[in-house]
Design a protein around this ligand. Structure first.
Ligand SMILES: Cc1ncc(COP(=O)(O)O)c(C=O)c1O
Length: 418
C-alpha cells in the first residue's frame, strides 16, 4: 500500500468523476467533510433553483405556481429517483419524511395481508424503523420478530431465512445498515421473503445514490428512502416511497388526506383514493424543500450510478487500506464488512474512545465524520464529491489524534447531536 500523499493526489487526478465536485458549494476547502451519509453537500444548482422558486414561482407567480409545476412535483421528482433505484417512474413518489412513509407502507402491507401476522426485521435496523414497527405491531396486534446480529455488525441471509415463515407478512431491512454499512444482497434477501410468501420492504436511506440497485428486477414490493443523504436534497428534505406498479391499486395509505384523493379539487366529502401511487400523498407538499431535491438527483443521474459505485468501492477500499496500515496498530477496529460487495459507501471505525476522538477530529483537526453509539466513528464517502486526498488526510489526522492523545481533553458526556 502506497501511503504517500502523492499517491492520493494521483488517484484524484485519475478520477473520471472529479469534475462533479465543482458542482457543489465548498465554502471551506480546508474542511474534510465525511458526513454526506447524514447530510449531503449543497449543490450549486440547488442555490439557483431555490432562488427561482422563492423569487419567481412564489414571489411573482404566487398561487398560480401550483398549476405550473408544483402540483406534479412529487411524481416528477419521484420519476427521476426511480432511475437511480431501478424502478419505473410511476412507482416512486416524494413526500413526507422517511419515517412517515415507512409507517404508511408497513401499515398498508399488513392490511393487505390480513392472514399473516408477523413482521420480521433485524436489530441493526435504524431506530426510527424499529420504533415504528413496535407501534404498528401493537396497534394492529401483530408480532414483531427481530433477528439479532451475532457480531453487532452484520446479519446473514441464512439468519433472516430462519425467522421468515408462512405467517410472515413482511420482511423489512435497511439495504445498507446505518452503523456498520453492511450492504444486504437485495436479490437474495427479497427472494427468501418471497419463498415464504412474504413481502419485502427495503429502507434505501443509506444506499440510494451510492449503490446501484434494481427494485423491479428483484421484484421488490415496497421501499422508502431519505433524500438528504447521498441525494443531497438538503436538511429535512422530503423522502421517497416506492410501491410496485401492480400493488398500487390494492394498497391503502393509513393517512387519508386530500392530496391522496381522486379528483382532489372536486372537494367531495367522501374519501376516494387516487387511482395511482398518488394515494400515498397526504397533505400539501413542502414545496421549498421538495424543489431542493431535484438538482441533486439530476447530478447523480449525470454522473451515473455504475460509475459512482465503482468510485465508492475504490474509495472505501482505499480508506480501509489506510486504516490497516495506520490505525489498526493503534487499536482501531474495522466495524464494517471487509468485502466490498457487502459494504455500502460508509466505513465505521471503532475505538473505546470513539466519541472523544470524533470530537477532537471535528474541533481541532477540521475533519467531520460522525459518531454512532457505542464506539463507531462513521466516515461517509460520497463519491460525487469526496476526494482521495480527503480520505488520506482524514486517516492521517485520526492517527495523530490517537497517537498524541488529543482526545483526552474532551468530556466523556455525549452531546445532544452526534
Ligand atoms: C436508515 C434510515 N431510516 C430512516 C431514517 C429516518 O428518516 P426521517 O428522519 O426522514 O424520518 C433515517 C435517518 O437518518 C435512516 O438513516
Amino acid at each position: 500500500m502506497d501511503l504517500s500523499p502523492e499517491y492520493a493526489r494521483a488517484l484524484d487526478a485519475d478520477d473520471e468523476l472529479a469534475r462533479f465536485r465543482d458542482e457543489f458549494v465548498v465554502a471551506d476547502p480546508e474542511l474534510i467533510y465525511m458526513d454526506g451519509n447524514s447530510l449531503g453537500r449543497l449543490p450549486k444548482r440547488t442555490v439557483a433553483r431555490l432562488r427561482e422558486v422563492v423569487e419567481q414561482e412564489w414571489g411573482q407567480r404566487l398561487i398560480r405556481s401550483w398549476g405550473e409545476g408544483w402540483f406534479t412535483a412529487p411524481q416528477r421528482i419521484g420519476g427521476k429517483i426511480a432511475q437511480l433505484i431501478g424502478a419505473r417512474p410511476e412507482e416512486v413518489l416524494v413526500s413526507d419524511s422517511t419515517s412517515v412513509n415507512f409507517y404508511k407502507l408497513v401499515h398498508a402491507a399488513l392490511r393487505a395481508n390480513p392472514n399473516r401476522r408477523v413482521i420480521v426485521t433485524d436489530d441493526l435496523n435504524f431506530p426510527s424503523d424499529l420504533y415504528l414497527l413496535q407501534g404498528i405491531a401493537q396497534a394492529l396486534n401483530c408480532e414483531l420478530r427481530i433477528v439479532h446480529s451475532k457480531d453487532g455488525l452484520t446479519v446473514s441471509p441464512e439468519e433472516l431465512a430462519q425467522a421468515v415463515d408462512a405467517n410472515t407478512a413482511l420482511l423489512t431491512l435497511s439495504h445498507v445498515e446505518f452503523k456498520s454499512g453492511q450492504l444486504h444482497d437485495m436479490r437474495a434477501v427479497t427472494e427468501l421473503a418471497h419463498r415464504a410468501g412474504a413481502w419485502m420492504l427495503w429502507d434505501l436511506s443509506h444506499s440510494a445514490g451510492a449503490v446501484p440497485m434494481a427494485l423491479n428486477d428483484c421484484n421488490v414490493e415496497l421501499a422508502v428512502g431519505c433524500t438528504y443523504k447521498y441525494l443531497n436534497g438538503g436538511p429535512g428534505a422530503p423522502a421517497f416511497l416506492y410501491v410496485r406498479a401492480d400493488l398500487q391499486e390494492k394498497l391503502r395509505s393509513p393517512i387519508w388526506g386530500w392530496f391522496g384523493q381522486s379528483n382532489q379539487f372536486e372537494m367531495e366529502p367522501k374519501y376516494r383514493p387516487a387511482p395511482s401511487l398518488t394515494r400515498f400523498l397526504a397533505g400539501t407538499p413542502t414545496m421549498l424543500s421538495l424543489a431542493a431535491v431535484e438538482p441533486g438527483v439530476e447530478l447523480l443521474l449525470e454522473a451515473g450510478m455504475k460509475r459512482l459505485r465503482a468510485k465508492s468501492v475504490r474509495q472505501t477500499e482505499y480508506l480501509i487500506a489506510l486504516w490497516e496500515a495506520l490505525l489498526q496498530p493503534l487499536g482501531v477496529t474495522l466495524n464494517s464488512p471487509r468485502d466490498p460487495a457487502q459494504r455500502g459507501s460508509h466505513v465505521s471505525l471503532g475505538h473505546p474512545e470513539g466519541l472523544r476522538i470524533d470530537r477532537a477530529l471535528i474541533e481541532e483537526m477540521h475533519v467531520i465524520p460522525d459518531f454512532r453509539f457505542p464506539d463507531n466513528i462513521r466516515f461517509g464517502l460520497a463519491p460525487i464529491y469526496t476526494t482521495y486526498v480527503e480520505i488520506y488526510e482524514a486517516m492521517m489526522r485520526m492517527r495523530h489524534v490517537i497517537e498524541e492523545r488529543l482526545y483526552e481533553k474532551y468530556p466523556t458526556e455525549r452531546p445532544a447531536v452526534t
